[in-house]
Design a protein. Structure first.
Ligand code: PLP
Length: 377
């Protein structure tokens, strides 16, 4: 056995869509990106979606949309992937790390209130592992404190909280389509919102500041009168980035979004098998409560006191594992912003992520469960 921790699930539908893009021979930022953005709006139920080349870019630009003055503060959880906090630094803002709840491993809203001061302008809740931050409570708190809310939905594409899609609760939602995430475009991300005025300007920011897409100008060139020479014209009035999604990625995304609910359902059934497998087991328990019916969970994690020994044992049996995540407050880059996140800095030591990608078969899942149980605690 040699079981991967993550693996994208791809098929004929993705290939068919790619063939169309190849036949059109327009691989860059083109009409397929627009089609995917429209499909995403439909799926998630937001008014506007903007495709970018990663969630890292999405988070960077989502903060840029608000034009916060340099040096203001943004609240982020201590346990998350680096991008949640690097997005803050890219915008010349200061990350304020909020400790996590010991049970759910997501932002502790009491600690958020404690860490808040009048320089705080925004909060980036992360639905860590797919476990939803209680967005109704968070939005009330954000309204009270006058904080903008950017949801980091890198782990929960398709997930819901209280019947409403994650990513549509806050002012802006950011998604990742990196190859390990719930659905993929190779690399890719999406920014979505109901506030068109707020995020429409990000189209220029993702395209080196240019206010018109090249493919629209190319299309336009054919429609303009023969003596009209200005089809090439565009304006640059903001400092933009090369963050656009391309048509190759969007073609894969169009196929993946159609399968997303099915893929999330398969992951839910794998997690159910794991939960049944470890039930009543003394030495390990699930990393957080997998009790939300509408959840789209990115991974199945466990907690184990002999974490490192178990990782090595599983490795010797051909089972890859991971740790999600080492607290950012312990990273050299962020250490100077770190203060008072004792829960995060303790509980991560027991975290192990087990394989839960949807191409795992029942035999492999049973093998992983029985191998975990063979470990000498
Ligand atoms: C993966 C991840 C990101 C970044 O996604 P990319 O698309 O790889 O840039 C951001 N936030 C969290 C919580 C992630 O896990």
């Amino acid at each position: 056995m040699n079981i991967r921790l993550f693996k994208p699930s791809l098929g004929q539908e993705e290939l068919d869509n790619l063939k169309e893009v190849f036949d059109r021979a327009w691989l860059g930022n083109g009409p397929t990106v627009v089609k995917f953005e429209e499909a995403w709006c439909q799926y998630i139920g937001s008014k506007i979606s903007i495709g970018v080349n990663s969630a890292t870019a999405a988070l960077h630009l989502a903060l840029t949309a608000f034009h916060f003055p340099e040096g203001k503060k943004v609240l982020v959880p201590a346990i998350t992937f680096a991008s949640t906090a690097t997005a803050v630094l890219y915008n010349r803002l200061i990350p304020v790390f909020v400790d996590v709840d010991p049970e759910t491993v997501s932002m502790d809203l009491n600690d958020l209130r404690k860490k808040y001061d009048s320089d705080c302008v925004a909060v980036i809740p992360v639905h860590n592992g797919g476990y939803p931050v209680p967005m109704d409570i968070l939005m009330d708190l954000a309204n009270e404190l006058n904080l903008k809310v950017i949801e980091d939905c890198a782990h929960c594409a398709g997930g819901e909280y209280k019947g409403k899609k994650l990513g549509t609760w806050g002012h802006i939602g950011c998604f990742s389509f990196e190859e390990k995430k719930l659905m993929t475009t190779g690399d890719g991300g999406m920014i979505c919102s109901d506030d068109e005025e707020l995020i429409a300007p990000l189209r220029a920011y993702r395209w080196v500041g240019i206010d018109k897409d090249t493919w629209r100008r190319a299309e336009n060139a054919n429609h303009l009168a023969e003596n009209e020479a200005m089809h090439w014209h565009y304006e640059i009035s903001v400092l933009g980035y090369k963050y656009n999604m391309n048509d190759v990625a969007a073609a894969i995304g169009l196929a993946q979004v159609k399968k997303l609910d099915m893929m999330n359902a398969r992951r839910a059934s794998i997690i159910k098998k794991y939960l049944e497998g470890i039930k009543g087991f003394e030495y390990i328990k699930e990393i957080f409560p997998y009790d939300n019916e509408n959840g789209a969970y990115w991974f199945f994690g466990i907690r184990c006191k002999k974490r490192d020994e178990l990782i090595i044992f599983l490795k010797s049996k051909g089972i890859s594992t991971g740790v999600h995540f080492y607290p950012l407050t312990l990273q050299p880059l962020f250490r100077k912003y770190a203060y008072d996140c004792p829960v995060a800095e303790e509980i991560w030591k027991s975290f192990i992520t087990l394989p839960s990608h949807i191409d795992l078969n029942d035999e492999e899942i049973n093998y992983i469960i029985s191998t975990v149980k063979k470990f000498e605690f």
